[in-house]
Design a protein around this ligand. Structure first.
Ligand SMILES: NC(=O)c1ccc[n+]([C@@H]2O[C@H](COP(=O)([O-])OP(=O)(O)OC[C@H]3O[C@@H](n4cnc5c(N)ncnc54)[C@H](OP(=O)(O)O)[C@@H]3O)[C@@H](O)[C@H]2O)c1
Length: 383
């Protein structure tokens, strides 16, 4: 029985993970973490009986303590999240917080040699090099949960690393792939949250609509698989059946396909290297009829180019990109800026950032803090 802790258990990935665990019988939940959804967290505590639970605020911790069984240790703040993730009892930690807050707790688990099922892509965007170095030092496996990276991970079994010509990351294109360009400026938050294929948390759904998500995934793939940027391509694939592909030097392309259901890549990360029967649906090829592929429109989706720029320039640039994007997405969700303003804010922050090369985690966190302040300043000026 694998002992598992879940960072972000009340979120979209967290709930899907618990669904996989519920139907498996091969896992024992040791720890859970969440922020604001107290009612769901209490239900999860009652069902999965973790030994330790972390929440962000002290007041939420007090509420959980009062309502949960006494046997559950309840902790709070960043140290609390790290106490759950780095618990020596864990065999594997599902890293499914959203945004930069996941960096420290995920890194603390890796330093202890605990395997990570990684959904929280911002961890690798901010700190890909030091994070993967820490994993290689401790022997922790970093197993992808993102469907695209799970696909690449599976397709890489088709040959040797030196035989890979390139990886091709697919993107559904989100809700605005066909919207006339002049209408993009005025899209509503509701329309941006209405993703045609995937049901996800709010931040990643907005990132999917702007294609920043694809940019973050390019950076994630660069570090996860140790790939040069010129060997990573992005194509729009509206059907979301091919989750990504690996092209080999002989011209063969190996693709991984499934219905769009995050329980499939989550389960593969948890059972790797084995495969287990799934409760998800299977692909009905006769009903599919077409699988389409097209180049992304960079004029429509400037965020994609900004992510390529950040990783190409390197150092603390991706951390600055990520932080500026988190602020911009938050302000868009609040209705304070328009959809196209998000990329403008990120670009301004990248232009102003004084890059630190080969950054330590401390330098990365400093760049993150600076970029958040700079993004807020840019937004104030635009108001
Ligand atoms: N959703 C998907 O299908 C999908 C697919 C691939 C990759 N990902 C990646 O997976 C990550 C999670 O995405 P998601 O869609 O699951 O996000 P989500 O639904 O917004 O869930 C985020 C989770 O993190 C918790 N959280 C946020 N801030 C916290 C804090 N300061 N302290 C403790 N807990 C905190 C939330 O708790 P509360 O709910 O209690 O506030 C929630 O449990 C993202 O990096 C995303 O890019 C998601």
């Amino acid at each position: 029985m694998k002992k598992i802790s879940i960072l972000g258990s009340t979120g979209s990935i967290g709930r899907s993970t618990l669904d996989v665990i519920r139907h498996s019988g091969d896992f024992r939940v040791v720890g859970l973490c969440a922020k604001s959804n107290v009612a769901l967290l209490l239900e999860q505590i009652a069902e999965f009986r973790p030994k330790i639970v972390a929440v962000w605020d002290d007041s939420t911790a007090a509420e959980i303590r009062a309502k949960a069984p006494r046997t559950v240790k309840v902790v709070s703040g960043l140290n609390g999240l790290s106490e759950v993730s780095a618990n020596a009892a864990n065999d594997i930690v599902v890293s499914a917080l959203v945004g930069a807050v996941g960096l420290v707790p995920t890194l603390e688990a890796v330093k202890q040699g605990i395997d990570i099922a990684l959904a929280n892509k911002e961890v690798l965007v901010m700190a890909g090099e030091p994070f993967m170095r820490a994993a290689s030092k401790s022997g922790a496996a970093v197993l992808p949960v993102d469907s695209e990276h799970s696909a690449i991970f599976q397709c890489l079994n088709g040959g040797k690393k030196e035989e890979v010509r390139r990886v091709i990351i697919t993107a559904s294109g989100g809700p605005f792939v066909d919207l006339p360009l002049d209408k993009l400026k005025k899209v509503t938050v509701k329309a941006a949250l209405d993703h045609p294929r995937w049901s996800m948390g709010r931040k990643v759904t907005i990132d999917s609509a702007s294609l920043m998500n694809k940019g973050l995934e390019v950076i994630e793939a660069r570090w996860l698989f140790g790939l040069d940027l010129d060997r990573i391509d992005v194509v729009i694939h509206r059907e979301s059946i091919v989750h990504s592909m690996v092209e080999y030097i002989d011209g063969s392309v190996i693709a991984q396909m499934s219905v769009p259901d995050m329980r499939i890549p989550i389960q593969y990360a948890l059972t790797y290297p084995a495969r287990a029967a799934s409760t998800a649906h299977f692909v009905d090829f006769a009903k599919l009829k077409t699988l389409s592929f097209e180049a992304p429109d960079h004029a429509r989706f400037p965020a994609l180019g900004l992510a390529f720029r950040a990783v190409r320039e390197g150092g603390t640039m991706p951390a600055a990109l990520n932080a500026a994007n988190e602020i911009a997405v938050g302000e868009f969700l609040e209705g304070n800026i328009g959809f196209l303003d998000m990329a403008v804010v990120v670009q301004s922050v990248l232009d102003a950032h004084k890059r630190v090369d080969r950054p330590s985690i401390e330098a990365i966190l400093t760049a993150d803090g600076w970029a958040r302040g700079e993004a807020k300043r840019c937004i104030e000026i635009r108001k």
